[in-house]
Design a protein around this ligand. Structure first.
Ligand SMILES: *Cc1c(COP(=O)(O)O)cnc(C)c1O
Length: 222
């Protein structure tokens, strides 16, 4: 925990950038592992699946943790997600905007949302096209129960992380354009365990780190 925090600060300092927020990606980790990081001062946790997050959030209720959805969200799970999460980083279509806004409980603050951009135009990937960001942003900004905070991107996982730099750079340019139009936009979520230093150098304000924090994930189905 201390190590990774220091490494993020070093990466930011050597790039002349402010230190990013750390999102601890806790998918497949149990509530005990999350609690240990929370004890060490970590507050924001990222989960890929609504059901899995619900279990952990219930076990750790009252600890003031901030839960982020970073996995693809099916519209039929939007009602549960709207009540459970503090942030949804994977908003990529108008139908989801509408469902999240409609189901955000009245007693909670507006749900923070990031637009997920399919920055490398991968057919297999979720996220909207870069050209669709302005229209989707307008749809989100028109919803009082949602708060548009910025963009999230996952570049093509090329084995050489340096090859992802251009995608980070293009995402940052989209982010700058978005920020110019919306005062609530302050978050650019990009960078994972093997490429966070490059993402930070290219302007990430939040990095999503799993394995570098928790160690290797248990294989699926184990
Ligand atoms: C799993 C995951 C991460 C973290 O990946 P690591 O390589 O373990 O740091 C970040 N973002 C998303 C969207 C993920 O699914």
């Amino acid at each position: 925990m201390k190590d990774i925090t220091l490494q993020l600060q070093n990466a930011a300092a050597s790039a002349g950038r402010p230190g990013p927020r750390l999102l601890a990606v806790s998918k497949t980790q149990d509530a005990t592992a999350v609690a240990e990081l929370a004890d060490a001062g970590q507050r924001a946790f990222g989960e890929n699946y609504v059901q899995e997050a619900a279990g952990k959030a219930a076990k750790l209720a009252g600890r003031g943790l901030e839960w982020h959805l970073i996995g693809h969200l099916q519209s039929n799970k939007a009602p549960v997600a709207a009540a459970l999460f503090d942030w949804v980083q994977t908003v990529d279509r108008p139908k989801l905007v509408e469902a999240l806004a409609r189901h955000r409980p009245a007693d909670r603050p507006p749900l923070n949302v990031l637009i997920q951009v399919n920055i490398d135009d991968e057919a297999s990937k979720h996220g909207c096209q870069p050209d669709d960001v302005p229209a989707l942003a307008r749809t989100i900004a028109a919803e009082p129960r949602l708060c548009l905070r910025g963009l999230m991107a996952i570049p093509t996982p090329h084995p050489d992380p340096e090859r992802r730099r251009d995608a980070f750079r293009r995402t940052h340019a989209l982010f700058d354009a978005l920020r110019a139009g919306y005062p609530t936009v302050d978050t650019l979520s990009m960078g994972m365990s093997d490429d966070y230093a490059i993402a930070i150098a290219e302007g990430a304000t939040m990095v999503r780190i799993g394995t570098a924090l928790f160690g290797a994930r248990p294989p699926k189905g184990a």
